[in-house]
Design a protein around this ligand. Structure first.
Ligand SMILES: NC(=O)c1ccc[n+]([C@@H]2O[C@H](COP(=O)([O-])OP(=O)(O)OC[C@H]3O[C@@H](n4cnc5c(N)ncnc54)[C@H](OP(=O)(O)O)[C@@H]3O)[C@@H](O)[C@H]2O)c1
Length: 352
């Protein structure tokens, strides 16, 4: 093989997180396009995104931290370019979303065919991308864990975030009244979504929340964790459910990445044991993964409903920016800057 032929085969790009580094430490590597094995497919990536998980992973602070080096990328939308043995050849050319946890930040990604979720034709890849991990998380917390009913009131922390903004739209669609915490610059957008916004930095926050919901709320969705979880639990009306799903407040803390989550879960378990007529639940999107068939069926059903609502214009996707894959460092800086609304989406590099 000539040197030129060898170079031509190196047509796949991936972004590697080599260790706990600043965004500039991300490495862009080129290599051969991977071949799918048994039951697997090769996706040509059309959109992948920067989630909060990658912000934790690059600090080595994700609860289930993968060992360095690895390719980050919690989810992606791509088109099937090839199938391995025992995978349906009819999949080639079709577009799917997939939840990966890692590996999405690449031009070509091999995944299990069984994990693919169809994306409606009318939905753009970047729009669908913003709703994969965010949509599944929001839908399952709202409908499977809190099981909200029309006429109820819920409190959503970080209502402008990726999960939060999806959750509030799904809740409004389900006939639920929503109070949402966010920085004041997001309040107008939240009002347009039918949410009553409150500033989480306001010293009078709890008095304001009590004024808005004197008898408490039917569910609280809390990704902040830390000591504030006590206030979230206290906000519940009798019969209410606290859905805790993160510890954003400890993102920059030093020490064990598992300790804040384990402490939080211990606290929730204790509350469930006490006679207080309220429930506390820690949501983990990967719960039940060992029973793969049931896990996949739930994920597919739930994400299909979210995509259908997106296609029907009931909920909106928020793409903060589209950044070429090999500029992932810039995408990460932007996502962490706190200046954007919506999800920063990585798209394929323009053809050379
Ligand atoms: N358990 C699970 O299975 C699961 C699945 C998916 C996501 N998550 C978790 O969900 C959370 C949100 O993810 P995302 O992708 O939606 O993130 P995102 O788009 O970056 O949004 C984060 C939101 O949280 C707010 N925020 C950040 N730090 C805060 C703090 N210390 N106190 C109060 N609010 C704070 C931000 O408000 P500002 O804009 O005002 O800064 C923003 O509204 C993350 O913690 C993530 O780990 C968990």
């Amino acid at each position: 093989m000539t040197k030129q032929q060898a170079t031509d085969r190196l047509t796949a790009t991936e972004v590697v997180l080599p260790g706990a580094v600043e965004p500039d430490g991300l490495e862009v590597r080129r290599g051969p396009v991977p071949a799918p094995g048994r039951g697997r497919v090769l996706l040509a990536m059309e959109a992948t995104g920067v989630s909060f998980a990658e912000q934790q992973m690059r600090r080595g602070k994700y609860y289930d931290q993968p060992p360095f080096p690895f390719v980050p990328g919690y989810d992606l939308v791509g088109r099937v370019a090839a199938v391995g043995p025992e995978a349906d050849p009819g999949l080639v050319g079709h577009r799917f979303a997939v939840l990966t946890k890692t590996g999405g930040w690449a031009s070509h990604v091999v995944v299990e065919a069984a994990d693919l979720v169809e994306v409606p034709d009318s939905v753009a890849s970047a729009d669908a991308e913003t709703l994969v991990v965010n949509g599944i998380t929001a839908w399952q917390m709202l409908h499977r864990i809190a099981a909200v009913e029309p006429g109820q009131t819920v409190l959503v922390l970080g209502a402008n975030g990726g999960v939060g903004s999806t959750l509030v739209q799904l809740a409004r669609h389900a006939g639920v009244r929503v109070i949402g915490t966010a920085s004041p610059r997001h309040h107008d957008t939240l009002r347009q979504l039918g949410v009553t916004p409150v500033d989480y930095r306001d010293p009078g926050l709890h008095a304001r929340l009590r004024e808005l919901a004197p008898n408490g709320v039917d569910a609280v969705f809390d990704h902040v964790g830390g000591e504030g979880i006590v206030d979230s639990f206290r906000m519940l009306a009798p019969g209410g459910t606290l859905v805790s799903y993160g510890t954003a407040s400890t993102r920059d803390a030093t020490g064990s990445s598992k300790a804040p989550v384990l402490k939080l879960i211990g606290r929730l378990m204790l509350w469930n044991l006490l006679p207080n007529a309220r429930r506390a639940h820690f949501f983990n999107i990967w719960a039940g993964k060992r029973r793969a068939d049931g896990f996949r069926a739930r994920l597919r059903t739930d994400l299909a409903q979210v995509f259908a609502l997106l296609a029907d214009g009931v909920i909106e996707a928020q793409v903060a920016a589209r950044v070429p894959l090999s500029q992932a460092a810039e995408a990460m800086r932007l996502a962490e800057s706190g200046t954007v609304t919506g999800k920063v989406v990585l798209v394929p590099d323009p053809a050379a």
